[in-house]
Structure formats: C-alpha cells, structure tokens
Design a protein around this ligand. Structure first.
Ligand code: HEC
Length: 468
C-alpha cells in the first residue's frame, strides 16, 4: 500500500478498518489520522515529542539519570527510547487509559511511538536546525508558583553505590497562629535519588507540647519499623504528657515525576496548627551510582487566605485499613512460588465524590484493579493497572470528581507474583512474604487502596479538577 492511497481513501472506510481492530496500514495507526512523515528527523518530529513527554524527567537535574534534551543525548538513546515507548514502559503511566482516564496522564499516542521507532530505525537523523523547538522552561523549585513558606528537610548523606534506604523523618515547624494551607508540597533536592515520600501532619494542641524541635530528626526505617512506637518516642512525637497528638495522613506526598496536587478553590487544603510536625513516614531513597550524594529536600507551603470549606477526607482499604473492617482477604501471606490474588472491600455509608486514588503494593505486586459496585449492580470503574510497577505509584486524580452513591461497595483487587519469573522478587529463591503489621519495607508486602474524597454535593461531577 502506498502513502498516496491512504490519502484518497474515504474516511469512513479507514474508520471501519480500525474498528475491526486491525490496522492494515503499517505506518498509520488507528485513531491517528495524520500519517507518519516520509523522513523523520530530530528537530522536526522527535524533539517535540521528547520535550512534551520526556524531558520533564530526562534533563539535567531531572528524575532520570540521563537527559533527552540535546540531539546528541537523544541520538545515543534512540534505540532504547523506541523500545521503551513501544512497550509503554515510558513515559511511566501504569494505569490502563482504556479503563479510566486521569488528570496529567503521561501517555504517548500511537503516532508518537511510531515516529520514535522510525527515527531510530533510520539512523536518528538530526534535521534542519531552524526547526528545533524551544525547550520548555521547566520549574526549579515549584510548579505551583512562589511558596509562602519553605521548610528544609534534614539533609541526608548517601554514600556512592548505596542501596535503597527508607527513613522516618521529622520536619517540625512553628507558626505565629493556626492557619490554612491550600497546598503542602514536597520538593526533592536530588530528584534522581528521592524515590517517594508519604508525609503526614502531626498537629499539637498549643499547650500540650513545649518543644516540637526536640528529639531526633531522622531514623532508618529498615532498622526501626518493628519498633515504630519506640521510633516515635525517639523522634519526640508524643505530647509532653506521653499521649499522642492528632495525625493526619498523606498531607505531603511525593513520587517520581509527581507535582503537588492543586484542587479548585475551596477544595482540599489543610489546617496547620501553631505547632506541628510533618512526619515523612517512609521517605525512600533509591540506590546511588558512583557518586556520594547529599540530598537537601524541602517542603513548600502555600497558605490560603480563607479556610478551604471542603477539606479532603480519606479512607484506606487493605493493610492498615482506616476502619479495620476492610482487611485484606485472604490474609496477605504469599507462599514462595505462588501467584496470589487478594481483595479488600468497603461499603460507603454516604454519597461521596472521589478526587484522587492511590493503589499501593510492593515488589511482588503484579496487577491492581479497583471499582465500585452500586446498589443497583452497576459498576463504576476506578483504576486498572495491568502491569504493576513498584517505581511508579502515582496519586491518580480524576479529571472530574467521581460520584459513588451511598451503599456502593468499593472493591480493590490485587495479584502478587512470588515466583522467580517476577524480576522484582527481592528474594532468590523466593521466600514466604507477608504483610508485617503494616511494615513499609519493600521486602515485606502491603495491599492498600487510598481514596481521597468529599461528601457528595449536587453538581460535583461537573467540577473540573484539571486546574493548574
Ligand atoms: C516521570 C518521569 C519520566 C518520564 C516522563 C519519562 N521517563 Fe524515561 N525514565 C525515568 C526514570 C526515573 C528512568 C529510570 C532510569 C533512571 O533512573 O534514569 C527512566 C528510564 C528510561 C529509559 C531507560 C530504560 C532502561 O531500561 O534503561 C529510557 C530509554 C527512557 N526512560 C526513555 C523515555 C522516553 C523516550 C520518555 C518520553 C516518551 C520518557 N522516558 C519519559 C523517568 C521518566
């Protein structure tokens, strides 16, 4: 088939062929009506794809360890880029876009994938210099503007060639008065080693705690998980009388490539106490290469003038479920050389509007799926991750809120692969792996589904969450 013949084909015929599920046009994919150029060059065709989809991470100072900015950089990885995009390993977006779609999706079109493939095949030509697009201005510090306050996370030293580290880090603060924040955002110092952070907010009643700065600042989780309460003591978290203050989960999270979640005005946000602590409960540093590294991350706070009138609420299914009545079934005990499905479910006692969801498993995770069953039997799709990837655990925000009516049952299903075929299996030969009282060690397992929601209000499903 020649290129010429596609152009004169009636559109309806083309669409019909696509519906049959087979693209007979090897160089044009279904759904992309623009054909692939006869000669694919870096400046004309490839750079726009890389700048729009890859360089946010693949640039000097980005999350990835190599850059895809200059022609030379991109040429060196042309073959690898063609491969990882064809396999949809890159850009990293584990959720299946055919099941549900989310804000900020990182997904290449079939056409982009074919362009990268053709470019690599044809020897990665450079193309005319005057066609070179301008590199977008990537943010340095925050994508959300200038923060009102910045608090440093204790610097952390990583030796060259060190393996993963999980820390429990305390970031105390004092404010002149109780206030509100529209966004609390974690910014990695060295984004190529900071893997992820789950940060909670500990709020003290003013007269219950004299000194929020007293105590240790950072502990090694892998040594301390089994003794979490002891770790809390060492960090000086309890009130002066030994009781525990209020802890609000998931106030400041970070994942590779993720940016702070801004919601429309009045939605989300936090009440910040005069005395408080951000408890980075599971700050994960990935392995380092040949260089010693000192990471100096920080937390940005954006105050809000008014009290957000709809603070986010959250519940969790699975390991450490918020209610204890959405346990993992059967128990998360995964025998060696087995593939094990588990599930967890929770029936919502009121109408809710779901904004953001976060599936969580560790290295044995194979797939994840969540949906809600309405009382009338209908299914509301939430997320499907056919190929679980420990390295990319996004907080997925819907483009518009998803209403789940009272009495619906939210079901989360996970599959674990504890065979040697699972290349991420931390043990060789495979060993029995289980959840360990909520241990976040990646060699223990977890099964969690975290849902951020609001009590439903009329019209919620029409509010766009796709705000910048
Ligand atoms: C959200 C951040 C992010 C985005 C977006 C992203 N990458 Fe990556 N990419 C990474 C990280 C992190 C790695 C892991 C290796 C590393 O640390 O550099 C990686 C690895 C790779 C690798 C090496 C794979 C291997 O097995 O060695 C290639 C090639 C690659 N990316 C190409 C791309 C291309 C092409 C795009 C855009 C279409 C893209 N990436 C988008 C973060 C990203």
């Amino acid at each position: 088939m020649t290129k010429h013949s596609t152009k004169i084909w009636p559109r309806t015929r083309y669409v019909a062929l696509c519906l049959a599920g087979v693209s007979v046009l090897s160089y044009v994919s279904c759904g992309d009506h623009e054909s692939i150029p006869a000669t694919v060059t870096f400046t004309e065709h490839v750079a726009p794809i890389l700048y729009g989809n890859c360089s946010i991470c693949h640039r000097p100072g980005g999350t990835a360890h190599f850059s895809l900015v200059t022609y030379e950089d991109a040429r060196k990885s042309a073959g690898a880029s063609a491969y990882v995009t064809k396999e949809r390993i890159m850009p990293p977006w584990p959720a299946d876009p055919h099941y549900t779609t989310f804000k900020g999706e990182r997904i290449l079109s079939e056409r982009d994938i074919q362009i990268l493939g053709k470019w690599a095949e044809e020897g990665a030509p450079q193309g005319p210099a005057d066609k070179m697009p301008v590199l977008p201005k990537y943010p340095d510090g925050s994508e959300n503007g200038t923060p009102d306050m910045r608090i440093s996370v204790p610097p952390y030293f990583l030796k060259a060639n060190s393996s993963d580290r999980f820390l429990l880090v305390k970031v105390p603060f004092e404010l002149p008065r109780d206030t509100f924040a529209s966004l609390v955002e974690f910014v990695p110092g060295k984004s190529n080693v900071v893997h992820h952070v789950n940060g909670d907010l500990v709020s003290y009643e003013f007269d219950k705690k004299k000194d929020v700065f007293a105590g240790e600042r950072a502990l090694d989780m892998q040594a301390d998980t089994a003794k979490l309460l002891a770790a809390f003591q060492r960090l000086g978290l309890p009130n002066d009388d030994g009781t525990y203050p209020v802890l609000q989960k998931s106030v400041v999270n970070y994942l590779p490539g993720a940016v702070g979640q801004k919601y429309p005005d009045g939605i989300g946000g936090y009440k910040l106490p005069r005395k408080g602590i951000f408890l980075l409960n599971d700050m994960h540093y990935g392995f380092t290469n040949k260089d010693d590294i000192t990471d100096s991350s920080y937390i940005n706070i954006f105050f809000s003038k008014t009290q957000p009138d709809r603070p986010l609420q959250e519940f969790q299914l699975g390991t450490l479920s918020s209610f204890g009545n959405a346990p993992v079934l059967p128990d998360l005990i995964i025998q060696p050389n087995t593939v094990k499905p588990v599930h967890s479910q929770y029936t919502v006692p009121e109408d809710i509007s779901v904004l953001t969801i976060n599936p969580h498993m560790h290295l044995l995770g194979k797939s994840f799926k969540a949906y809600a069953l309405k009382p009338n039997g209908d299914t509301i799709r939430l997320i499907s991750i056919p190929r679980w990837d420990f390295n990319w655990q996004y907080f997925y925000t819907f483009k518009k809120m998803v209403k789940i009516p009272m009495g619906s049952t939210i079901v989360a299903e996970g599959v674990y692969d504890n065979t040697k075929q699972n290349l991420n299996n931390p043990f060789s030969p495979p060993r029995l792996v289980r959840d360990n009282s909520g241990s976040m060690k990646s060699t223990d397992e977890m099964f969690q589904f975290i849902v951020s929601y609001l009590p439903y209000r009329e019209g919620d499903e029409n509010i766009s969450l796709d705000v910048k």
